[in-house]
Design a protein around this ligand. Structure first.
Ligand code: HEC
Length: 132
């Protein structure tokens, strides 16, 4: 009888340990880290970002060179929300419900989204350079 109780308890403990491990695995070691752009602003990537921006139809709403039209300017320092990499990425990937900004998860891979962001950041950098 005692033995039976012991073995039930240890199995229960083992189950708990296994499910805790599984949860850790699902969350991943970087689960709490904010997303950041993995790409560096090399000229080829920046140029590709602009092409993707034009080709995917962002241009129709955010205007030529992303300087703003129906949708906001994406290259100045004025943002509706703090422009962390993660916010910009999620906005492009998932859109903003209740606005004309729809998600592009079906049209762009994550890497293509980062490529566009790399171009947008570079445009912002160039504008600041020009304003000096
Ligand atoms: C049909 C029009 C439309 C298209 C197409 C569109 N957007 Fe938008 N976008 C908007 C509008 C409108 C907003 C502002 C949403 C709001 O009110 O929060 C917005 C917001 C954004 C923001 C957040 C701006 C901020 O200040 O927080 C980003 C980034 C963005 N769009 C990127 C893109 C990219 C990149 C594409 C192409 C892949 C794209 N958008 C295509 C209309 C559009």
């Amino acid at each position: 009888m005692r033995l039976a109780v012991f073995s039930t308890t240890s199995r229960h403990l083992m189950y708990r340990t296994v499910s805790t491990l599984a949860l850790l695995l699902i969350a991943g070691p970087s689960g709490a880290e904010p997303l950041t752009n993995p790409l560096s602003p090399e000229p080829a990537i920046v140029a590709e970002g602009k092409k993707l921006y034009n080709r995917t139809g962002c241009l129709a709403c955010h205007g030529n060179n992303a300087r703003g039209a129906v949708g906001p300017d994406l290259t100045d320092d004025e943002w509706m929300r703090a422009p962390s990499d993660e916010m910009v990425f999620n906005t492009i990937k998932n859109g903003r419900s209740g606005t004309a900004m729809s998600g592009f998860a079906g049209d762009l891979t994550d890497e293509q989204i980062w490529t566009i962001i790399t171009w947008l950041r570079d445009e912002n950098r160039k504008r600041k350079e020009a304003a000096k």
